[in-house]
Design a protein around this ligand. Structure first.
Ligand SMILES: Nc1ncnc2c1ncn2[C@@H]1O[C@H](COP(=O)(O)OP(=O)(O)O)[C@@H](O)[C@H]1O
Ligand SMILES: Nc1ccn([C@@H]2O[C@H](COP(=O)(O)OP(=O)(O)O)[C@@H](O)[C@H]2O)c(=O)n1
Ligand SMILES: [Mg+2]
Length: 216
């Protein structure tokens, strides 16, 4: 027989939302490699929800949050915002969304991002989709992006490339050593890159019909 306290705890526990079980794919690659562009294609075809860490940080600046000025300064300098800020935004976006499949774009960008996300959320990515692109091509794309971003100028772009080489590539290496990286040649036209992306996603989503032990 349980006590009254046990009974009360049971009521509380049952009214709390249970831990949401989610599938996460990290989408990584240098600035301008085409992460956002290809995520839009994946969303359209495979029903994932796209969460761009950069977009969430820019929305946080616009919302007038107390961290806004700090985030704005770091983005202008091409620096990586402290993990606790970015992870809170990602966690909130995951919890608020009805979907259970997410593309997390532009995160983790350094070892601190990676380790903190894993320990705070307990989420381990299914795999890492890595867009590999030469720096000259990424630079060309960023200088032509025309989205009015204050980090798409040559001075900040150079800083972002340095941060990518020093801090982000080691994260990709970390997952590569675990066999979790799906590397895509991103130095091709958008449609051709997407053909290669599809080759990664099709096996995950095709419906296989079995009949009497045979695949139809
Ligand atoms: N395969 C591609 N070839 C040429 N331009 C591209 C390609 N993919 C994306 N772009 C363009 O390059 C710019 C950067 O792409 P974006 O998807 O924003 O990259 P990221 O999110 O990795 O910074 C955008 O203007 C986009 O339209
Ligand atoms: N995990 C992340 C992702 C982005 N950012 C910041 O946001 C900026 C823009 O990120 P982004 O992903 O939108 O940039 P792109 O790679 O899409 O060009 C980065 O240069 C960082 O300053 C961050 O601090 N931490
Ligand atoms: Mg982007």
């Amino acid at each position: 027989m349980g006590t009254a306290v046990d009974a009360a705890n049971k009521v509380v526990n049952e009214s709390l939302p249970s831990e949401k079980k989610v599938t996460v794919i990290f989408v990584l690659g240098g600035p301008g490699s085409g992460k956002g562009t290809q995520c839009a294609n994946i969303v359209e075809n495979y029903g994932y929800t796209h969460l761009s860490a950069g977009d969430l940080l820019r929305a946080e600046i616009k919302s007038g949050s107390e961290n806004g000025t700090m985030i704005q300064n770091m983005i202008k300098e091409g620096k990586i915002v402290p993990s606790e800020v970015t992870i809170k935004l990602l966690e909130r976006a995951i919890q608020e969304n009805g979907n259970d499949k997410f593309l997390i774009d532009g995160f983790p960008r350094n070892e601190e991002n990676r380790a903190a996300f894993e320990s705070v959320t307990g989420i381990v990515p299914e795999f890492v989709l890595f867009f590999d692109c030469p720096e000259e091509e990424m630079e060309r794309r960023l200088l032509n992006r025309n989205q009015g971003r204050d980090d798409d100028n040559i001075e900040t772009i150079r800083k972002r490339f340095n941060v990518y080489m020093e801090s982000s590539l080691p994260v990709i290496e970390y997952y590569n050593a675990k066999g979790k990286v799906r590397k895509i040649n991103a130095a091709k036209p958008v449609e051709e890159v997407f053909e290669d992306v599809k080759a990664v996603f099709i096996p995950l989503h095709e419906k296989v019909v079995y009949s009497f032990g045979r695949i139809l």
